[in-house]
Design a protein around this ligand. Structure first.
Ligand code: ADP
Ligand code: MG
Length: 295
């Protein structure tokens, strides 16, 4: 975490960029925080190339990823030794029964939790080497998240939910509203901008979440069981939407699921069981299997 000094009382304050007043003397810290943000943005741009044409073949790599949850005396080995390379632009599904470690893997790749051992690289940046600010920067700009339970902010309208990540990325208001409208239109909700989540169906809420995930034009969309709370038909619509976005914009989609509908749209399916990769199926193998079953 970065430290800033209060210009008034000299207090040293730890911040990830969210503090706006000095907790000691109440002085306005926005300018100091902004300057820190600027300095660190510049530094991050040298660590992560901030353009969409980076040449790394693999957008995500994990090496020897292991996660043990400790609950009192009990240890749960959630991930054993995950080595995974995800290509730029790929649509990858992580399949496995409940409790196999899908969400744990998702959280490691998304930088939402830290592995017990092993490494995870996003565009060849080792996430373990980043401090809290840098990690927040990477997450905000490089990764969009979609969850089973939508996780929209209930008091905010659709467009407010979608533009929230843009505020964190420092986008101006006009540009933000324009982009919010565009994204909601893209997911078929151009006429629902001012609806709050409870005024939308489950499928529509997940569309808002998809639009929010795309807010800062991420390189990767991580979806954890995005169809888990939706009926069959609505689930299929969300999958098709993710596939369309993947094909149109080249965004890499990594989706944890136990929904077999995902198989059709995936370039590869990684089957995990008991925290280990059991097997990896490629698109042409999947097509062969489907063909084989039909005739
Ligand atoms: N925060 C946690 N604390 C302790 N154990 C956990 C935690 N999260 C997950 N687990 C355990 O880790 C294993 C993998 O869980 P998870 O990654 O959620 O699986 P999946 O998403 O495939 O259902 C399970 O045995 C689960 O009970
Ligand atoms: Mg899960």
């Amino acid at each position: 975490m970065a430290k800033i000094e209060c210009p008034k009382c000299g207090e040293q304050i730890e911040t990830t960029g969210i503090v706006t007043v000095c907790p000691k003397c109440g002085a306005d810290l926005r300018e100091v925080v902004e300057a820190l943000g600027h300095e660190r943005n510049e530094r991050m741009k040298t660590i992560v190339r901030d353009d969409s044409v980076t040449t790394h073949e693999f957008i995500v790599r994990t090496r020897g990823l292991k996660k043990i949850y400790v609950m009192g005396e009990v240890e749960v080995l959630a991930l054993r030794d995950i080595n995974l390379d995800v290509r730029r632009g790929e649509y990858l599904s992580i399949m496995g029964p409940s409790g196999s470690g899908k969400s744990t893997l998702f959280n490691m790749i998304g930088g939402l939790d830290k592995p017990t051992a092993g490494r995870c690289f996003i565009e060849e940046v080792d996430m373990a080497q980043l401090d809290a600010f840098e990690l927040a920067w990477l997450r905000c700009r490089k990764i969009g998240y979609i969850f089973q339970t939508f996780n929209l902010i209930p008091v905010m309208t659709a467009i407010e939910n979608v533009t929230l990540p843009m505020i964190f990325a420092g986008m101006g208001t006009d540009e933000m509203m324009e982009r919010g409208r565009e994204l909601l239109t893209l997911v078929g909700l151009g006429d629902r901008l001012d609806h709050k989540p409870y005024e939308l169906s489950g499928g529509q809420q997940q569309r808002v979440a998809v639009a929010r995930a795309l807010a800062n034009s991420p390189a990767i969309v991580l979806a954890d069981e995005p169809t888990g709370n939706l009926d069959l038909h609505t689930g299929k619509e969300i999958i098709d939407l993710l596939k369309e976005l993947n094909q149109a914009s080249g965004v890499t989609v990594i989706s944890a699921t136990h929904d077999l509908k995902m198989i059709d749209v995936s370039d590869r399916v990684v089957h995990i069981r008991d925290g280990q990769v059991e097997r990896i199926e490629h698109r042409h193998e999947i097509e062969l299997e489907v063909g084989g079953m039909g005739g």
